[in-house]
Design a protein around this ligand. Structure first.
Ligand SMILES: Cc1cc2nc3c(=O)[nH]c(=O)nc-3n(C[C@H](O)[C@H](O)[C@H](O)COP(=O)(O)OP(=O)(O)OC[C@H]3O[C@@H](n4cnc5c(N)ncnc54)[C@H](O)[C@@H]3O)c2cc1C
Length: 539
């Protein structure tokens, strides 16, 4: 195998939500030589740029890692599908584009765990500075940033029915889930620009890809981080069956996401000693918490059939409508091709005494099953409502199947392993069924598909949850920030015990935020870039 040696100041592993932001910020000073390595290809495909392409991306081996979790008894021995973006833009190139941030108390909790500089007042400026809010600037929103935040341009009529039913069930309207309060129901804002997806690559990388001091290498899989005397020296990566080595004079920054970042640390000899020895990986640094603390928004979808032709379905009449939608998109960048699939929903409290919402509703105007991969369900008219638990107590972990860097990481979600999560999900189903039973849905309401019983008992709902509960693609926490024995990085995101190496992505979140995780990850990366530049300015 031939080997090329090249030196950079900063090597960024992974061109996803975090990696694109870092590539942008670190290369802004032309003196910094920055290299971004991404396993996936470039993102020049309509599947990524046209929002409805998300349906194709769910099943695309080319642009999606398509991981599966281990079967676990708490999940009725099911493996759970875990899509992740494998393309420039990472998961922001395949996600549902909803722009939400969580609540102030999510970040104040990070600070209260000893992470200085991560309280809400510290991080709000980064949400604002990375954002271009089309509604204009406010105390909560910025207009000078790269990530375009827009109103949806699709708005399926059933979304209005859902909102009417929610009002009838007692929920209040909220037109800004990222404003003064999160609680309420309404339309989601989306990371789109002129009806196209605004991934992290589109926002942060495309405009600067010509910078001479930035090298972007795609279809390059990092095999390991090279370490000498507990100092990161560079990386070894594979491209077209050849191994290459790059050296980093300042830092290696790991942005491979919640599943692949801990995997790469372990493959490089950083992780729980026992786990590394089991796979005959030389232990460079024992760090017990690598891969543990996996958290994910556990979710259940209730689905109802409709007797009317009022939803999205693969029927001849629907196909005719679709031709019109294609024309509308070509001419005006509007209509169903711009849909994020989830257009309406909101944040609710399962109990009124709670300080913050603990559940998130996401409505889909079609019959949904198996992450939209079961296309036969689309022959039926109907609608689906996700309800996800925002701060689950169950914890999973990521580890290795073996020492082969080309093998998928071993993912144990362990969802529903905490009894409180199971009880909460039973409540979530009841909340959904109550919303579906409101008068707004009377016109054309058909039978319940999931759960299939008419008035299910608590026991039947519990069984339904075990058999069907899933997640909403927000894994975090496997390289958590903190100072305790399980922490992997400190509050400057430097790996404990190793110099010249940081982890900057969703994996550093010590606790899961109560909202979707793309903009929080972008915020993390923008703050990390400031810290990295400050550290090297003063050194
Ligand atoms: C289907 C789906 C829907 C979602 N919907 C939403 C939503 O509507 N709103 C929202 O806010 N969030 C959503 N999310 C979550 C959000 O997109 C992620 O939390 C966020 O993108 C994570 O960013 P990251 O930088 O941590 O990881 P990623 O964006 O996943 O980036 C990691 C990158 O590293 C690359 N990589 C991995 N291993 C290697 C290696 N060995 N060498 C080189 N490169 C490597 C990967 O290919 C990838 O590009 C969704 C996610 C998915 C998958």
């Amino acid at each position: 195998m031939s080997t090329i040696n090249t030196e950079f100041d900063y090597i960024i592993i992974g061109g996803g939500s975090a990696g694109c932001v870092l590539a942008n910020r670190l290369s802004a000073d032309s003196k910094n030589r920055v290299c971004l390595l991404e396993t996936g290809p470039n993102d020049k495909t309509p599947l990524v740029s046209i929002p409805i392409g998300i349906i194709g991306l769910m099943d695309s081996k080319k642009y999606n890692w398509m991981f599966n979790s281990q079967p676990e008894s708490s999940q009725h021995d099911r493996t759970i599908y875990c899509p992740r973006g494998k393309v420039l833009g990472g998961s922001s190139a395949v996600n549902a584009m909803l722009y939400t941030r969580g609540t102030p108390s999510d970040y104040d909790q990070w600070a209260s765990l000893g992470n200085e500089g991560w309280g809400y007042n510290d991080i709000l400026p980064y949400f604002k500075s990375t954002q271009h809010q089309e509604r204009g600037a406010s105390d909560f929103h910025g207009t000078e940033g790269e990530l375009n935040v827009a109103e949806g341009r699709s708005n399926h009529p059933l979304g209005e029915t859902l909102l009417a039913a929610c009002r009838q069930a007692g929920y209040q309207d909220n037109n800004d889930f990222n404003g003064a309060q999160q609680e309420g129901i309404g339309y989601y804002q989306v990371t789109q620009i002129n009806g196209e997806r605004c991934s992290a690559a589109r926002a942060f990388l495309h405009p600067i890809s010509q910078r001479q001091n930035l090298t972007i290498i795609t279809e390059a899989r990092v095999a390991r981080i090279q370490l000498e005397n507990k100092q990161a020296q560079g990386v070894e990566y594979q491209q077209k069956d050849k191994l290459h080595t790059l050296t980093a004079s300042k830092e290696v920054i790991l942005c491979a996401g919640t599943f692949c970042s801990p995997q790469l640390l372990m493959l490089s000899g950083i992780g729980p000693e026992e786990e590394l020895k089991q796979h005959r990986i030389p232990v460079k640094h024992h760090l017990a918490g690598v891969g543990s603390n996996l958290q994910e928004h556990i979710d259940i979808i209730t689905v109802n059939e409709s007797k009317k032709a009022n939803s999205v379905a693969l029927r001849p009449v629907g196909m005719v409508k679709m031709l019109k939608e294609i024309a509308l998109y070509m001419n005006q960048r509007k209509g169903f091709l711009t849909t994020s699939i989830v257009e309406t929903g909101g944040f609710i409290k399962s109990k009124p005494e709670l300080k913050d919402p603990d559940m998130q509703l996401q409505f889909i105007p079609l019959v949904m099953d198996d992450h939209g991969r079961k296309k036969s369900t689309l022959l039926t008219y109907g609608y689906s409502l996700h309800n996800c638990l925002l701060r689950p107590k169950s914890r999973g972990r990521v580890s290795l199947h073996n020492s082969d860097f080309l093998k998928d990481p071993k993912i144990e979600l362990n969802m529903l392993s905490h009894p409180d999560d199971l009880a909460a999900m039973v409540d979530a189903v009841k909340i959904n069924l109550n919303i579906f039973s409101q008068p707004a849905f009377d016109d054309g309401r058909g039978k319940s598909i999931f759960p299939h019983q008419k008035n299910p008992s608590d026991q039947e709902i519990e069984q339904f949850v075990r058999e069907k509960a899933n997640h909403v693609y927000h894994p975090v926490g496997t390289c958590k920030m903190g100072n305790d024995k399980d922490a992997v990085v400190n509050d400057r995101l430097q790996v404990h015990g190793i110099s010249g190496l940081r982890v900057v992505d969703a994996s550093i979140m010590p606790t899961l935020v109560g909202g979707n995780t793309n903009s929080p990850t972008i915020m993390i990366a923008a703050k990390a870039a400031d810290m990295i530049l400050a550290d090297h300015c003063s050194s």
